[in-house]
Design a protein around this ligand. Structure first.
Ligand code: CAA
Length: 703
């Protein structure tokens, strides 16, 4: 039988070790075992103080996320009650924080009177990422420990801080010399506390957490931050809880926090974000590879092409200390590329996110070259040259000649056939697609495109490498545009068509940003480049060209040289980054509609929502049916991390499930009839959607 905690008596100290691998999630069984152990120590007159630690080194990653939304979440002993009990003990309790104290784990440490970390400890309250707020006293105890302002920052960012910062902020009392000495140093600390008769709970450093802040601090804070929160509930609830910490006695503040936490836990937003949390873990499970799949070593990387994309890709590796050889055809382009990278790092230095010394360290990891022979030693080569099959194939022929056996050869194509690229080499098993999203040093999505012959160890290595450089890798099969861009195509097509029928770019974008997408489709096309979009479309036209209205507006803008932000004119007019409507675009749409005999009419926002998003969803379901995506949640991750879909809607397919698959199907069928020939051409429901609805399924899965 599993015991969940270890208990050891050592010279008047009770050592209680959390022992629920892998991360000591505070589910009901661990809570119950912990309470028993604490009561045992409390009742034992031989125990003077208690040291709470993670028995495998890692302290605690918080509440058990899988319990949320079920009765287990507050099953006795509940976490707030358990932590309250810890604060009532009359013996000092020292939390020895190895590796991680996150969420409820940090709240557990806050309920202990004293906290010691080690140099590698990371402490944080990431509940906001799950649409929650700390619900076990964190919102009340943290402001009383470090003050309302830093507490708010920790809770709203969700990002953990390191031991040095935690020590400086007063979150840690001490830091051990190393992870190995953490437990003995925690015991020594506990003995010191006993020797000097320290109170079990020291007095709060900030009994009034907002003391010293301007009187209107919280009101101003809300006004400043609310626009960025859009429709997100959790940040607002965090702020309300901190207000309570500032205004109410602890006991009442804790009650208020509990009520706010339960509101967050029951919200659709939190449910969606919990879906995302588990989706991210699930994405790593890929048929054909497992923990036993060998990995190739990647000690140095080469990137071909020092343009915006190549430079951004190279930065990802330099950021984690991996040397990169950057290859260009001409010295000038290479110099420009390296200068752009330096400029990008310079921005981080200005923002205080990087020190000048770190900038130099990263630049020193980047070696420019004009000679393919310098790639002979690279473990991983990523090609980021112009998006044309023949050009990419020529690069891969050369790579095949110069690269050492076993090197992984990756293409950053956004739409081309990875198998056709692999086929020109003598080692298709070593070829894979690594589709980064622009700006490649910022965007989290990495589509990992598995070719027909890609070897399992190449796939496993690139997935791991993707995580090492901070990306969210999602596996896709080979098809035009892979998961993301293939779904973008019908979504953008519908947006184009709606403008011909009478909507405006602003109206279409407004409906999408109204849902909290970070950008509307037309702003996105203006940013990515109408020329880029045109060239991709043009290369694939033979497969689609049976509709004369198909993205006609984009084609015409391309012909006019209106390429988007870079030419200050696209679907909108730009002054710098400021966007304005352009009546010429509306006039152009009117003219095209006349030529194409498309009746113009006022278009409602609901129609824009349904036509754009249900087309997107329909294509996603089709991709799942074709096996291009492994699971619906992978498709969600692509749109969440590469296309600005809001996390609190869970991704497009999760969103479809919440709306009701039957409703999505009925709406597609409605437009199929209502839009005449156009509807017949494009609004064919994915057969999998029809099968799911016929089978009464509410979740999207392959059936
Ligand atoms: N609850 C349940 N399961 C958890 C968990 C948690 N809090 N944290 C991690 N796990 C599980 C993961 O699902 C995963 O399970 P599988 O192997 O079955 O997929 C396993 O632990 C390992 O996790 P990762 O694959 O993510 O491992 P990692 O080493 O890359 O990352 C981590 C570890 C940093 C702890 C990361 O898992 C993480 O960020 N976890 C979430 C932490 C968090 O959000 N805590 C707050 C919870 S809410 C809360 O505490 C509310 C409150 O106030 C009471």
């Amino acid at each position: 039988m599993h015991t969940f905690v270890t208990y050891q008596l050592e010279h008047n100290l009770a050592l209680i070790g959390l022992a629920r691998p892998p991360v000591n999630a505070l589910g009901q069984p661990l809570r119950a075992a912990l309470l028993d152990a604490v009561e045992r120590a409390a009742a034992d007159p031989a125990v003077n103080a208690i040291v709470l630690h993670g028995s495998s080194g890692l302290f605690c990653a918080g509440a058990d996320i899988s319990e949320f939304g079920s009765e287990a979440s507050f099953a006795a002993p509940d976490l707030p009650g358990l932590l309250l009990r810890l604060t009532q003990l009359d013996k000092p309790l020292v939390a020895a924080i190895g590796k991680l104290a996150l969420g409820g784990g940090l709240e557990l440490a806050l309920a202990c009177g004293y906290r010691i970390g080690e140099p590698g400890s990371r402490l944080g309250l990431p509940e906001i990422n799950l649409g929650l707020l700390p619900g076990a006293g964190g919102t009340q105890r943290l402001p009383r420990l470090i003050g309302a302002k830093p507490a708010l920052e920790l809770m709203l960012s969700g990002a953990p801080i390191g031991a040095a910062d935690a020590l400086e902020q007063g979150l840690l009392n001490r830091c051990a010399a190393s992870a190995a000495t953490l437990l003995p140093e925690a015991c020594a600390y506990a003995r010191e506390l006993v020797a000097c008769q320290a109170p079990a709970q020291p007095a709060a450093l900030y009994p009034e957490p907002d003391k010293g802040l301007p009187e209107d601090f919280l009101t101003r804070f809300r006004e400043d931050h609310e626009p960025r929160w859009k429709s997100r509930l959790a940040p607002r609830l965090v702020l309300s809880a901190v207000e309570a910490a500032c205004l109410l006695p602890l006991e009442q503040g804790l009650a208020r926090e509990l009520a706010l936490f339960k509101q967050a836990e029951a919200s659709a937003q939190s449910e969606a974000l919990r879906h995302v949390f588990f989706a991210e873990r699930e994405a790593g499970r890929v048929p054909g590879i497992d923990a036993n799949t060998p990995l190739r070593s990647v000690r140095n990387v080469a990137v071909i092409g020092a343009g915006t994309m190549g430079g951004g890709i190279a930065m990802n590796f330099a950021n984690v200390g991996i040397p990169v050889t950057l290859l260009e055809r001409e010295g000038e382009a290479l110099d420009r590329g390296l200068a752009q990278i330096r400029h990008n790092y310079g921005i981080s230095v200005k923002r205080g996110k990087l020190s000048p010394a770190q900038l130099e360290q990263r630049m020193a990891l980047l070696q420019g070259t004009l000679d393919y022979a310098d790639l002979a030693d690279a473990d991983l080569v990523i090609e980021a040259v112009f998006e044309k099959l023949e050009i990419k194939q020529a690069v891969f022929r050369t790579l095949d000649n110069v690269c050492k056996p076993g090197a992984i050869l990756a293409t950053n194509t956004s739409s081309l056939d990875v198998d056709q690229i692999a086929a020109v080499t003598s080692r298709p098993q070593d070829v894979i697609g690594l589709h980064f999203f622009s700006p490649a040093n910022v965007m989290r999505l990495l589509e990992v495109v598995r070719g027909k012959l890609t070897a399992p160890d190449v796939l496993a290595t690139t997935l791991k490498m993707g995580r090492t450089i901070g990306k969210m890798p999602v596996v896709s099969g080979v098809c035009f545009g892979f998961i993301g861009n293939r779904m973008l195509e019908p979504y953008a097509r519908e947006a184009h068509r709606l403008v011909l029928e009478g909507a405006t770019p602003t109206q279409v974008d407004g409906v999408l940003t109204g849902l909290d997408l970070s950008m509307g489709v037309f702003s996105m096309l203006d940013l990515a480049g109408i020329d880029v979009n045109f060239l991709v479309r043009d290369a694939n036209r033979a497969a689609i060209a049976h509709d004369p209205s198909y993205c006609r507006l984009g084609d015409e803008l391309y012909a006019l040289g209106r390429y988007g932000q870079k030419t200050s004119r696209g679907f909108y007019l730009y002054e710098g980054r400021n966007r304005q409507d352009d009546y010429e675009v509306v006039a152009l749409a009117e003219r095209l509609a006349g030529e194409l005999h498309i009746p113009r009419r006022p278009i409602g926002n609901q129609e824009i929502h349904d036509r754009c998003l249900f087309m997107l969803i329909n294509e996603g379901i089709q991709l799942l049916d074709e096996g291009i995506a492994l699971r619906a949640s992978d498709i969600d991750l692509v749109w969440l991390n590469g296309y600005g879909f809001p996390g609190h809607l869970g991704g497009p397919l999760y969103y479809a499930e919440q709306l009701g698959l039957d409703k999505v199907l009925a709406t597609l069928n409605h437009y199929r009839k209502a839009l005449g020939d156009y509807g017949q051409t494009w609004f064919t429901p994915a057969p999998l959607l029809e099968r799911l609805v016929a089978a009464g399924k509410q979740r999207i899965e392959r059936v």
